[in-house]
Design a protein around this ligand. Structure first.
Ligand code: EPZ
Length: 430
């Protein structure tokens, strides 16, 4: 089974180019099928979740032409079916965007229900509440969400929780509904804005994305466009943490520094230096870092998708840090693995209490999910000795060529498949 092997201890240095945002790209792909004209999406990250979603729209008949790993042309005119039961789709949560997109375009959709996942129960009641408010019937039958409407009619929707997925899904469904839709208590994440921007380029009339009230005037139809995905805030944040904990000096390029403010300010608080440029940030690690407290919150708060990476950094900071996870119920699973590398972390409910240690020591660990997996790789980079990370398939859902990008910064990391590969790596790096 493929794993990463890392020999820690090298301070990262140099420049790294950040890919397009996975979570924006997934929603943009769904939005692209809502017109019969061609939509070209550029700066697409070449990661597994994106590739699975592209395969699944192809399965229902959309034309998908991959011009290169980072550019795709999508045409939804050839769609033959509104039923998405493609086996792999169950593995990606973002399959739910096909509900909003197909319902918005064809007034009906049947999509395999996304299952629970490793970060806890992830209900989609707010998505369904939104569809119902627009006039759709929604049933769950045989593991599929079945939704249908005679026609969709704009409405006033108040979300009980701030949800990125529900906000985007209702935006998709309401874009061509009759009349006006107001979404209140909307999510403000950069990818919500990205989807609104692309839909507007396609002819939609969406205002207020990025604030907590989004106003949508339904339009009759959408047209083709060319669009470039925003940079991945979480991939950028992960490399920022990697630079910080290896006491490195890294220029992280192709980013929007504003999207990284919550992360930059925590790094500054613990003693690292963050320099902002127009479309890059430089992180310079500190010889010694200080403890701090972090609470995950919807944007512009500290992102839950950066919580494991931040915890990995705080476990090496002097003093006691407290990390509170307020978005997902089960996002500290990796802490046991980190403990095997020497970290002193106690989890109580949704809070982790961290006593900083001097250094990690390498161990054989397992990636429990995407972001925690990446965080454990980052820990391995700062650990003394060798770390192997198993189940890297999770990491590959959302990080493009992580090993290659880290190697270009001077890390000793390799993808290996067997004991023989591991021995070869060890002989090479000694
Ligand atoms: C998106 O998930 C991201 N996924 C997640 O990224 C990210 O962690 C999350 O937003 C929060 O930022 C994609 O964009 C594909 P939510 P999403 O709806 O939309 C509750 C990663 O690592 N909730 O904003 O599913 C929910 O349980 C992934 O890239 C309801 O109660 O998250 C959670 O507590 C992991 N009912 C909170 O809202 C609903 O109907 C926020 O979830 C919907 C959500």
């Amino acid at each position: 089974m493929e794993q990463f092997i890392i020999k820690g201890g090298n301070a990262l240095s140099g420049e790294v180019e950040i890919s397009g945002a996975k979570n924006a790209a997934l929603a943009l792909i769904a939005a692209a099928i809502m017109t019969d004209e061609t939509v070209t999406i550029e700066n697409l990250p070449d990661v597994r979740d994106v590739n699975v979603l592209l395969e699944s729209i192809e399965q229902i008949g959309a034309t998908v032409e991959r011009l290169n790993p980072h550019c795709v042309k999508i045409n939804g005119k050839t769609i033959k079916s509104t039923v998405v039961d493609y086996e792999h789709i169950k593995k990606i949560r973002a399959s739910y965007y096909l509900l909003g997109a197909l319902l918005g375009k064809f007034n009906e959709a049947e999509v395999a229900l996304p299952g629970g996942c490793n970060i806890g129960s992830r209900p989609i009641d707010q998505h369904l509440k939104g569809f119902k408010a627009l006039g759709a019937d929604v049933e769950v039958e045989y593991g599929m969400i079945v939704t249908k409407a005679d026609k969709l009619v704009g409405n006033h929707i108040y979300f009980d929780v701030v949800s990125v997925g529900a906000t985007i899904n209702v935006m998709l469904a309401a874009a061509m509904a009759d009349g006006n839709t107001n979404i209140e208590n909307a999510a403000k994440e950069p990818h919500v804005v990205d989807v609104a921007n692309m839909l507007n380029k396609m002819g939609a009339n969406i205002k207020g994305a990025g604030t907590d009230v989004i106003r949508i005037k339904g339009v009759k139809k959408l047209k083709g466009t060319d669009y470039s995905v925003i940079p991945d805030q979480i991939e950028a944040g992960t490399y920022m943490m990697a630079a910080a904990i290896t006491k490195g000096n890294v220029l992280i390029k192709n980013v929007i520094p504003k999207h990284l403010e919550a992360i930059s300010s925590k790094l500054t608080e613990i003693g690292c230096k963050v320099e902002e440029y127009d479309d890059a940030v430089r992180v310079i690690g500190a010889e010694k870092t200080k403890s701090t407290h972090v609470k995950t919150l919807p944007y512009p708060g500290f992102p839950t998708d950066m919580q494991p990476q931040m915890t990995v950094a705080l476990a090496l900071a002097e003093g006691t840090s407290v990390v509170t996870e307020s978005i997902f119920e089960n996002r500290f699973k990796y802490v046991d693995e980190l403990g095997r590398m020497g970290a002193h972390i106690k989890v109580e409910g949704n809070t982790a209490i961290i006593e900083g240690i001097e250094r990690y020591t390498g161990a054989s660990i397992i990636a429990p999910d995407l972001r925690a997996g990446a965080a454990l790789v980052v820990a391995g980079l700062a650990a003394e000795g060798y770390t192997t990370v198993e189940d890297i398939k999770y990491i590959e859902r959302g990080y493009e060529r992580m090993d290659e990008k880290l190697r270009s910064l001077g890390a000793q990391i390799e993808r290996v498949n067997s004991e023989k590969d591991i021995t070869k790596f060890k002989l090479k790096v000694v």
